[in-house]
Design a protein around this ligand. Structure first.
Ligand SMILES: [Zn+2]
Length: 300
């Protein structure tokens, strides 16, 4: 087996099981370092050789490195583990799945360096998961009067001077829910638009956190409209969901070009070739194969 192959396979399986799902349990005996908060969503799973990283949307990164006798396993909830419990170094549970790393050589967690998520200067905006009505109004006001008028809406949603707690997964979902183009300039938004965005984000965040705390399956699990679903059909308009890496930190943005057209700029940003290298959602391969224009291009 080539170096890193087993980790790559684990990465692909973990990506499908974990991305977009909220954390139910995080167990890492003897770990020093910050731990992800229960209820936060898995934003990315990345594997490089023997290293594997899981990144939550609050910016916490779990980094593991496995040597010859170490491995990541993926189990259905309640399924019997194929290695003894005392070899477990970290377990990450989301609704439906438990990812377990056995005998890792390295386990560490840290906060991703990210001046947008953790701005060093200025007062942080209210956190949507706990904000009062007055604080929500303050978020709306900050978005409506955003100083950098040309800044795309998608970037403003991650600016923690405007609003805290949305994260990369909910950002894509909120923009889809509001039928907004992620690339539209923030100055194009009316006060009603800003109110709709903040309300949608608050509802999505709180509904799912509530359900996780009550032990119920979160609505968002498996029900994400666009995040992680590049190449699949949009539930609203039937167009194909796209993914792009955008902004200074190249975060993944998922959107539907068919129905997210409100405040769409006249000139679209160029397509990033990196987006084409990303794994499509598992359902996408089947869906793409069935598209009439794909069949035409193959036969012709
Ligand atoms: Zn659509």
């Amino acid at each position: 087996m080539p170096e890193g192959e087993s980790t790559y396979r684990s990465g692909a399986a973990l990506r499908t099981a974990l991305i977009g799902r909220p954390l139910r349990r995080f167990d890492a005996p003897g770990l020093f370092g910050p731990t992800p908060t229960i209820g936060r969503l898995v934003e990315r799973v990345e594997s490089h050789g023997k290293d594997l990283q899981i990144v939550w949307d609050d910016g916490i990164v779990l980094h593991t490195r496995v040597r010859l006798n170490g491995s990541w396993h993926l189990y259905r909830t309640g399924e019997r583990w194929r290695k003894p419990n005392d070899q477990m170094r970290v377990a990450v549970e989301v609704p439906g799945w438990v990812a377990v790393c056995f005998n890792a050589a390295t386990i560490e967690t840290y906060r991703e360096f990210d001046p947008v998520r953790h701005p060093g200067l200025g007062r942080l905006a209210p956190d949507l998961s706990i904000a009062t009505d007055a604080e929500l109004a303050e978020c709306i006001r900050r978005m409506f009067s955003y100083a950098d008028e040309a800044c795309p809406i998608a970037e403003v949603l991650l600016d923690q001077h405007v609003v805290c707690g949305i994260g990369n997964v909910y950002r894509s979902e909120v923009l889809w829910a509001c039928e907004l183009s992620p690339f539209g300039a923030v100055s194009a938004l009316s006060l009603e638009d800003c109110t709709q965005v903040i309300n949608a984000a608050t509802r999505l965040l709180r509904t799912n956190l509530d359900r996780v705390y009550r032990g119920a399956p979160p609505e968002i699990s498996g029900g994400l409209a666009v995040y992680g679903r590049n190449g699949t059909r949009c539930a609203r308009c039937g167009d194909t969901v796209q993914a792009r890496r955008v902004g200074q930190f190249e975060r993944l943005l998922y959107f539907c070009p068919g129905c997210q057209v409100r405040h769409q700029p006249l000139v679209e940003p160029p397509t990033d070739p990196a987006a084409r290298q990303m794994d499509p959602h598992p359902a996408a391969t089947m869906f793409n194969a069935g598209l009439p224009w794909r069949r035409d291009s193959i036969s012709g």
